[in-house]
Design a protein around this ligand. Structure first.
Ligand code: SAH
Length: 353
């Protein structure tokens, strides 16, 4: 049975399913889900992420968190956490760079939040024996100072979609018509959680919401507010999203999200305003474009240093990677960084209060 057959059988038996349910099933079905069955990253996969483009990304993120730890008085033990570590590349690069920060690695307890058992195995292999703990969700994060990174994690969380009709909303559902998956609309209902979206939308506009993201941010922010620490959230999206951003990517090409369930990566843009709203009682920074953030952290100096050690094709690839991460027409503007930190403390380097 394919995942498509499974979804059609389920919808036929139980009725149309919500977009968040569809997305979660496509990505994380235990035997047929995208992340559970595939190796999605890199040239041969479906998409490439910043840490897979250059080691500089993980190095600078690691040093940014380490500097925040120092500024906060270098607590003797703390959790160094990553959400959705993929192949484990970012964490490995961060740990290598942070060897230069006395005491940091000795104080760090590494915790990785990863839903896919296959990717957990890969992360274990990449981190080569460096002790870590794997947990399934942010509710299990230890209670203590927390320094956390999430790159391209929140875009993978399941969203719901609503179309405005007057003062009410019709939720988008996935149904079955003539044996094929099809988008449809549920009945018009009031949605108290979307009250603020009545201010900036018109009839027919589509808005998205992501309950899982708000729950996870609340878990993280409560630890930072109580015990200290910081979080860096890097993803594509903007402050308050509008319109349908559900996207499927297969072999680096966009695809129809309903065409091949479980075969394509499914993501949605991150609504950073919704994350910031969920972050009380911690403080949050202004949203910074990834390119600006990395430049402020000194990526150009690091790129020049690395350039002296390579030549020929490797040097060309290195120069291209620097550009890809930072240039406004590549990832520099599309990707944004939001920092969370403890009220009254200094925000992480590269970000403004
Ligand atoms: N951060 C990595 C990978 C991003 S892909 C990088 O930058 O390369 C998204 C990652 O989040 C994958 O590791 C995926 O398995 C994980 N993931 C997706 N949904 C999840 C969920 N609900 N809970 C935990 N991990 C999840």
């Amino acid at each position: 049975m394919t995942l498509r057959d499974h979804l059609i059988a389920r919808i036929t038996a139980e009725g149309p399913m919500r977009v968040d349910d569809y997305m979660a099933t496509c990505l994380l079905h235990p035997t047929m889900g995208y992340y559970t069955t595939r190796q999605p990253f890199g040239q041969l996969g479906d998409f490439t992420t910043a840490p897979e483009i250059s080691q500089m990304f993980g190095e600078l993120i690691g040093l940014c968190l380490a500097q925040t730890w120092l500024t906060n008085g270098a607590p003797e033990t703390f959790t160094l956490a990553e959400l959705g570590p993929g192949r484990g590349t970012l964490m490995a690069d961060a740990l290598r760079a942070c060897r230069a920060v006395p005491g940091f690695l000795e104080a760090a307890e590494i915790v990785l939040v990863e839903a896919s058992p296959a990717l957990q195995d890969q992360q274990r292999a990449t981190l080569k024996g460096r002790a870590g703990t794997w947990i399934a969700n942010t509710a299990q994060l230890p209670k203590g100072p927390l320094y956390l990174i999430a790159n391209e994690f929140f875009d993978a969380l399941p969203i719901r979609q609503f179309v405005r009709v007057g003062q009410q909303w019709r939720e988008r559902h996935i149904g079955v018509q003539d044996g094929a998956l099809q988008i449809g609309l549920g009945p018009a209902l009031p949605q108290p959680s979307l009250a603020h979206r009545l201010e900036d939308t018109h009839d027919g506009d589509l808005v998205e919401s992501c309950t899982a993201a708000a729950t996870m941010i609340a878990d993280i922010a409560s630890r930072i507010a109580t015990f200290g620490g910081a979080a860096l959230i890097v993803d594509y999206g903007d402050w308050r999203s509008l319109g349908d951003t559900l996207q499927a990517l297969e072999r680096h090409e966009t695809a129809d999200p309903l065409a091949q369930p479980g075969h394509a990566d499914l993501t949605a843009h991150v609504d950073f305003e919704a994350l910031a709203d969920a972050a009380a009682p911690a403080a949050y920074t202004k949203l910074a474009p990834q390119g600006v953030f990395l430049e402020r952290l000194g990526i150009t100096d690091r790129a020049q240093k690395l350039a002296t050690a390579s030549k020929g094709r490797a040097l060309d690839a290195h120069v291209a990677a620097h550009r890809r991460l930072t240039h406004p027409s590549e990832m520099g503007n599309l990707f944004k960084v939001l920092g969370l930190y403890q009220n009254g403390k200094t925000p992480p380097p590269g970000l403004e209060p």
